[in-house]
Design a protein around this ligand. Structure first.
Ligand code: NZQ
Ligand code: ZN
Length: 382
């Protein structure tokens, strides 16, 4: 398939790289340092960032929540404009970095309540530059164009994408992962695993480079995910951090059909129940693969043979075994593979209403997953 690909983020990977903020940010920049609930104070990253920023003009805004709220960003936007900020620096996980990117577009729009405008024209606004210091590998947000933002008032969680909102730079210091909880490490592994699958398990096209690269990332996550959780060695931190970045920076998705239906259903579950992003994915994806087995058969069989090393000539049997092993991997990462493992008040009607309000009624690589198909998937996933 024809594609455009431009990944301009200047990546600085490795222990000690936070110091390079000094060379990445102009001395006269007026910086908004955006952060979350305070983990950066406990693990020393705030101090490292402030040291690297030296005597630049810095305004701090904290309190970005996991699954960042639009309403919080409206407050941040007022702070940023009154301080004349010309660069937004997100220091944290995917939530803070998504928030920093969205905020940089919001500041560029000059509007503190642009939600309705952004629904149709987010990518038409010129953002002020933003940069990322990543502390949790999972989303790939640090070098991709997407921000997933929750509007609490409307109970909606939506993705916004703009190529010009990609971070100008991303600092990825694997040693910053040492303070993460086991649950956050597990979430990161399965989130990035699912990102690869949503770009890889679709209709087969002529894309052996993308498929081979996807398989390498999946194998690294299968090998190193459990080791990371077990011993948090620097080797494991490095490998998972880089795999999670490469899983969703645009490369493996270029020129191939993509299926983000598990993500859109997962975002709705988080909006309705507040559950961690990664865990909403694992409770849906295996059932979605079973429901779409025929359409995805060629790639599921390839996934089974190449990634899970399953023998056999019967594509269907290999595909079914590949889904089963994926489920075991997700369970080993302590994530639910059925809705009822994590939620006891789940209402499919409410989820369908979220998808309709989000205009997500023709999902999947063939745009053939609408409300009825989602209902059938939810029944298998129950
Ligand atoms: O807020 P703080 O105090 O920093 O604590 C966070 C938060 O409580 C903590 N944490 C982060 N780094 C830490 C740390 N704790 C100790 N040590 C560290 N080094 O971890 C908690 C979760 O952080 P969060 O940023 O919410 O997690 P994640 O990176 O998984 O991001 C999830 C968000 O990203 C969106 C999700 O929907 C969700 O809103 N996504 C963004 C995507 C994108 N931009 O492309 C794609 C993804 O599919 C996803 O939808
Ligand atoms: Zn995700």
């Amino acid at each position: 398939m024809k594609f455009d690909l431009c990944i301009p983020t200047d990546i600085r990977f490795g222990t000690g790289q936070i110091a390079s903020l000094d060379t990445l940010i102009p001395p006269a920049a007026r910086v908004l340092l955006l952060y979350g609930g305070g983990s950066i104070f406990k693990n020393g990253i705030h101090q490292q960032v402030r040291t690297a920023l030296g005597d630049r003009a810095v305004t701090e805004f904290g309190g970005i929540e996991p699954n960042p709220a639009y309403e919080t960003l409206q407050q941040a936007s007022v702070t940023a404009r009154s301080a004349g900020v010309d660069l937004v620096l997100g220091v944290g996980g995917g939530s803070v970095i998504d928030a920093a990117k969205f905020l940089s577009v919001m500041i560029g729009s000059g509007d503190d309540d642009p939600w309705d405008r952004f629904i149709d024209g987010y990518d038409q606004v010129s953002p002020v530059p933003n940069g990322a210091v990543l502390t949790l590998p999972a989303t790939g947000s640090e070098s991709n164009p997407v921000s997933v933002i929750s509007n609490k008032t409307r109970q909606l969680k939506l993705p916004f994408a703009s190529q010009s909102a990609r971070p100008a730079f991303a600092i990825m210091d694997p040693s910053s992962m040492l303070s993460l909880s086991t649950r956050q490490l597990q979430n990161g592994v399965v989130d990035s695993f699912t990102h690869v699958l949503e770009q890889y398990l679709t209709t087969r096209v002529n894309a052996p480079v993308q498929y081979g690269f996807s398989e390498a990332i999946l194998e690294v996550l299968i090998d190193w995910g459990p080791k990371l959780v077990e011993d948090r060695s620097l080797d494991a931190c490095e490998n998972v951090m880089w795999a999670a970045n490469q899983a969703l920076n645009g490369l493996i998705g270029a020129g191939v059909p993509q299926d983000w239906s598990t993500h859109m259903i997962g975002h709705a579950i988080t909006a309705l129940h507040g559950l961690d992003h990664a865990r909403t994915l694992t409770m849906i994806m295996p059932s979605l693969m079973r429901y779409k087995l025929e359409d995805k058969l060629a790639m599921l069989a390839r996934f089974g043979r190449r990634v899970w090393k399953i023998d056999g000539t019967d594509d269907r049997a290999v595909a079914e075994e590949a889904i089963r092993r994926t489920e075991v991997f997700m369970s080993d990462m302590s994530c639910p593979v059925r809705i009822s493992e994590a939620l006891n008040d789940f209402d499919p009607d409410a989820l369908i209403r979220h998808l309709e309000a989000a205009r997500q009624t023709s999902l999947g690589e063939n745009a053939d997953i609408g409300p009825n198909q989602v209902r059938a998937i939810l029944k298998i996933a129950a």
